[in-house]
Design a protein around this ligand. Structure first.
Ligand SMILES: *[C@@H]1O[C@H](CO)[C@@H](O)[C@H](O)[C@H]1NC(C)=O
Ligand SMILES: *[C@@H]1O[C@H](CO)[C@@H](O)[C@H](O)[C@H]1NC(C)=O
Ligand SMILES: *[C@@H]1O[C@H](CO)[C@@H](O)[C@H](O)[C@H]1NC(C)=O
Length: 557
């Protein structure tokens, strides 16, 4: 069956909603009208003061980035379609920006909070983000997007629950826990930045933390009850494997997609990814250990623990600790990754079945093959994608594009395929130009020995395959074109490729970056410009009235 793609508006009273990409237009219109009549979307306001403070996650005081005095920052608990306003007051001694990882910012890359879309918030000033969690449900995060601030804190959970009229494909859990797990350095982001600016590689992280603590967080539940564990990798470099003594993890969602509900003894989460599990407290009352251990770290395996405590427990279980996979067992991880599949009949944030968009039957209009590499430029360490090491212009790309400011970027800097072997990498501002609604294939080729993680802003993509060695057109024969999962961040194993397909339905300029911060800071990122010539607020919002201006646009305010 060939599925036609359409963009239709349904007009319900005074509200217009966009209905994209679902063949069941009739159902969609019904749902959209019914829902918009029921309630005006809710508003949530936050005022966040960003400060430098002292934290001691490993028992020794070190500088950290706090939000309203907290490390990690506060968790946002939202409902699908909430309007979120966050007034960020920057009390640091340097510029600051937050990005909302996986929040699609429908029609408004203006709120994405990365250098290509926003001028950073200067010290001692504030800026208010305003966006909607449109048609999203699931586990997400936010974090600082510049200057390696993320290595010092400023990150937090961003949970989006379904609206009351929407069914979820699992029994409602008794309560929820948010677990932000990531690697950690005892040195501040400023020291790390100096190392990278000097053209050197970062040392290995010192530890893994769970909610800002090592071996100390406690999650208490009652025997017989079922809990939702929202798990995110908030680190800067390290994949981890998660497991709970005596308990299995039933996967229900990754990054906004409801999965086939498989149970796992242990589960890999790569940098920038989120996964949500149900855990039933089916063991005798006791304390059980939650373990996260680093993956694909040659030299040392970092491990951290937390406690799953049954209410009333005064013992520690005598069960042995679950061991998890060998640190460098790639085959184990790929095998597991292939089991993470979309539940085609389940709905996500909308009532439409997730399988109603038959991604496997849609013709690809363009294939990008993006190969990451390590380079030396001007005697310093840099990283490149298709031979281009990204340089951040002083003017955000989005602002340059909107005001027709020339000389900031062009669409010919990066090519669709990697350069021939031996070509020297150079610096440039890579932007790939797509037409709104293009259906694209992107191959991430990793010919290096480390594990890569790629994140796309603005859209979720379908994961169609993982494979060894160098991708070629025959690799398509191995694709999952039926029930590949959608997510916003994909790992690429050492000397391997990962392939995605994506419908570029969100007009704007969107960051595509390595979630490994050394790599990103030194050039492994680019932007996708998703564009059509029709200027309309139904395809893209106007520049917000409070927009900050900098670089060549500085005179504009
Ligand atoms: C800064 O904060 C004040 C309130 O404290 C608010 O009125 C103003 O709109 C904020 N500025 C921006 C640019 O968001
Ligand atoms: C898929 O979703 C349906 C709801 O449409 C649910 O009843 C079913 O259990 C789910 N299947 C799996 C394998 O997760
Ligand atoms: C930029 O150029 C486009 C097309 O040439 C035009 O439609 C638009 O109005 C221009 N924008 C500004 C702010 O001048």
């Amino acid at each position: 069956m060939i599925v036609t793609r359409h963009s239709k508006y349904c007009q319900c009273g005074r509200k217009k909603m966009k209905q994209t990409n679902f063949p069941s237009v009739f159902l969609g219109i019904l749902a959209c009208c019914a829902l918009s009549v029921i309630a005006e979307d809710r508003y949530q306001f936050f005022t966040w003061e960003i400060t430098q403070g002292t934290i001691s996650p490993l028992g020794v005081p070190q500088p950290g980035i706090l939000i309203n005095g907290q490390f990690p920052g506060p968790t946002i608990e939202a409902i699908t379609n909430d309007n979120i306003l966050v007034n960020v007051i920057n009390k640091l001694d340097e510029k600051f920006l937050l990005t909302w990882s996986g929040i699609k910012q429908r029609r408004t890359s203006w709120q994405d909070g990365v250098s290509g879309t926003n001028c950073a918030i200067p010290p001692n000033s504030n800026w208010t983000y305003k966006f909607q969690t449109k048609d999203q449900v699931g586990t997400y995060t936010y974090f600082p997007s510049t200057k390696i601030h993320k290595a010092s804190g400023g990150f937090g959970g961003f949970n989006i629950a379904q609206r009351s009229v929407i069914d979820i494909p699992y029994p409602a859990p008794d309560a929820e826990f948010t677990l932000l797990i990531g690697d950690w350095y005892t040195t501040s982001h400023k020291v790390l930045r100096r190392i990278l600016d000097a053209g050197r590689s970062l040392p290995n992280p010192n530890a893994l933390l769970i909610n800002g603590q090592k071996d100390a967080a406690v999650f208490t539940g009652e025997a017989g009850k079922t809990y939702k564990f929202r798990v995110s990798n908030v680190g800067v470099a390290t994949s981890f494997n998660l497991r709970i003594q005596g308990h299995s993890l039933k996967l229900i969602e990754v990054e906004g997609a409801h999965t086939l509900q498989e149970s796992y003894e242990s589960f890999d989460v790569h940098v920038g990814q989120s996964a949500t599990f149900l855990v039933t407290l089916s063991q005798p009352t006791s304390d059980y250990t939650i373990i996260a251990s680093s993956r694909f770290t040659d030299s040392i395996v970092l491990t951290t623990t937390a406690t799953l405590r049954y209410a009333g427990s005064n013992t520690i279980t005598s069960l042995s600790l679950p061991s998890g996979p060998e640190a460098n067992d790639v085959a184990w991880s790929i095998k597991q990754a292939r089991t993470i599949r979309l539940n085609l009949t389940a709905n996500a944030a909308r009532p439409n079945p997730q399988g109603s968009f038959h991604y496997g039957t849609i013709p690809v209009v363009r294939t990008l093959q993006l190969a990451n590499s390590k380079a030396t430029i001007n005697g310093k360490l840099r990283y490149a994608v298709n031979g281009i090491s990204y340089l951040n212009p002083k003017t955000p790309l989005k602002i340059a594009d909107w005001f027709n400011i020339s000389g900031v970027f062009d669409l010919n800097t990066i090519k669709d395929v990697p350069p021939s072997p031996g070509t020297l990498a150079k610096q440039g501002t890579s932007v790939v130009g797509f037409t709104l609604h293009d259906f694209a294939e992107i191959i991430f080729q990793n010919n290096e020995k480390f594990i890569q993680s790629w994140h796309m802003d603005g859209s979720s993509f379908y994961i169609v395959g993982y494979g060894d060695g160098v991708w070629n057109s025959d690799s398509r024969k191995t694709y999952n074109l039926v029930d590949g999962i959608t997510r916003h961040t994909i790992q690429v194993y050492p000397n391997s490729w990962s392939a995605i397909r994506v419908s570029l339905d969100n007009k704007g300029i969107w960051n595509l970056r390595s979630a490994i911060w050394e790599r990103r800071y030194l050039g492994q990122e680019l932007y996708l410009r998703v564009w059509n010539d029709v200027q309309s607020v139904y395809t893209e919002s106007n520049i917000p009235p409070n927009a900050l201006f900098c670089g060549k646009a500085k005179h504009l305010h």
